[in-house]
Design a protein around this ligand. Structure first.
Ligand code: NAD
Ligand code: UDP
Length: 316
């Protein structure tokens, strides 16, 4: 009988990044159990996998504990609301899934002697005073602002991962993910890329918050997924940044999307949200050296691919 495939359990598997990871884990010879409570994700994101005998989708809230029979080789914790409006409207759930949810997933990894990977975030750097951000920077986070529920939960999740590594010798990974975009982002999750693309396609004004001089660095999802798999395979317990260092202002991003969409939309400025980080760009030296990873998809190429997706899901 053929040896059974290594099994991966991924929380948040029905979300944007999680669904791409399910596909990538299957494609690299694993069987996959996706666990999701669908608070921001949807089983629709996994429809293409529903008949795959190596794939299973389980509806469950990882904050309540997670119980899986049999061997597990990898445990990936991607469950969490991820867009500022979504975590702002679910602050307690966001805190729980980043803390208790992380602890539960680490407990599963410990019980199964599996490798654990935490989807952390560039938000652990808050509104950074060091630019670009290396992993050694401890960050500038406001714990009591509207982003605190997300930022502090992820910081606590990192502390949990390190504690399970040190106290229980769990084989852990922490990836600090910078702004990522691609197919299966929710049209209405409130992030800049879906907002701008939907607005450009519909011919509505693009809502740039503040003067648009704040910067972000956007990574295309296929690059990010390669980085996550590399971290699982070749990483170590210390955090590693995964993102594309190509930095743009939010105003430039809006203008680029209008141009790529061939849209006649104009730009409309709205109030800047509280604690909106002024600058963000990953220093990916560590990822290059440790994982041999760097992004391959350029900004405009990636945006064009994501735009194609939004065109396919938005009514004409
Ligand atoms: P997403 O909202 O599309 O996916 C998150 C998934 O987690 C959803 O399917 C949601 O239903 C599920 N979920 C939430 N709470 C849960 C719970 N208690 N139990 C089970 N499932 C639960 O968001 P995304 O953009 O795919 O982000 C995925 C992960 O990557 C998140 O942890 C996020 O913090 C992290 N991340 C994303 C980005 C980005 O730019 N997309 C950047 C940094 C970090
Ligand atoms: N933003 C914007 N208009 C929008 C949505 C977002 O100007 O309709 C800005 C937001 O204020 C931030 C940047 O775009 O400066 C990126 O926002 P996003 O929510 O995508 O991610 P963040 O990096 O803030 O978590």
């Amino acid at each position: 009988m053929a040896a059974s495939k290594p099994r991966a359990v991924i929380s948040g598997g029905a979300g944007f990044i999680g669904s791409h990871l399910c596909e990538a884990l299957l494609a690299t010879g694993n069987s996959v159990i996706a666990v999701d409570n669908f608070i921001t994700g949807s089983p629709d994101n996994l429809r293409a996998l529903q008949d795959n005998p190596d794939f299973e989708l389980s509806q469950a809230d990882v904050n309540q504990g997670i119980f899986i029979d049999g061997d597990v080789r990898y445990v990936l914790h991607f469950a969490s609301p991820a867009s500022p409006p979504q975590y702002d409207s679910n602050p307690i759930h966001t805190l729980k899934v980043g803390t208790v949810g992380t602890m539960n997933m680490l407990g599963l990894a410990r019980a199964k002697e599996a490798t654990f990977l935490l989807a952390s975030t560039s938000e652990v750097y808050g509104d950074p005073l060091v630019h670009p951000q290396p992993e050694s920077y401890w960050g500038n986070v406001n714990p009591i602002g509207p982003r605190g529920c997300y930022d502090e939960a992820k910081r606590c999740g990192e502390a949990f991962a390190m504690a399970y590594h040190r106290a229980h010798q769990v084989d852990t990974r922490i990836v600090r993910i910078f702004n990522t975009h691609g197919p299966r982002m929710q049209v209405s999750d409130g992030r800049a890329v879906p907002n701008f693309m939907a607005q450009a396609i519909r011919g509505e004004p693009l809502t740039v918050y503040g003067d648009g001089s704040q910067t972000r660095s956007l990574c295309y999802v296929s690059d990010l997924v390669r980085g996550v798999l590399a971290a699982l395979e070749r990483g170590d317990a210390l955090p590693v940044n995964l993102g594309n260092p190509q930095e743009v202002t939010v105003l430039e991003l809006a203008e680029t999307i209008i141009r790529l969409a061939g849209s006649k939309s104009r730009i409309e400025h709205k109030d800047l949200p509280v604690d909106d980080p002024k600058q963000r760009r990953p220093d990916i030296t560590h990822a290059r050296e440790l994982l041999g990873w760097q992004p391959e998809v350029g900004l405009e190429d990636g945006l064009a691919r994501t735009l194609e997706y939004f065109r396919s899901v938005l009514p004409r």
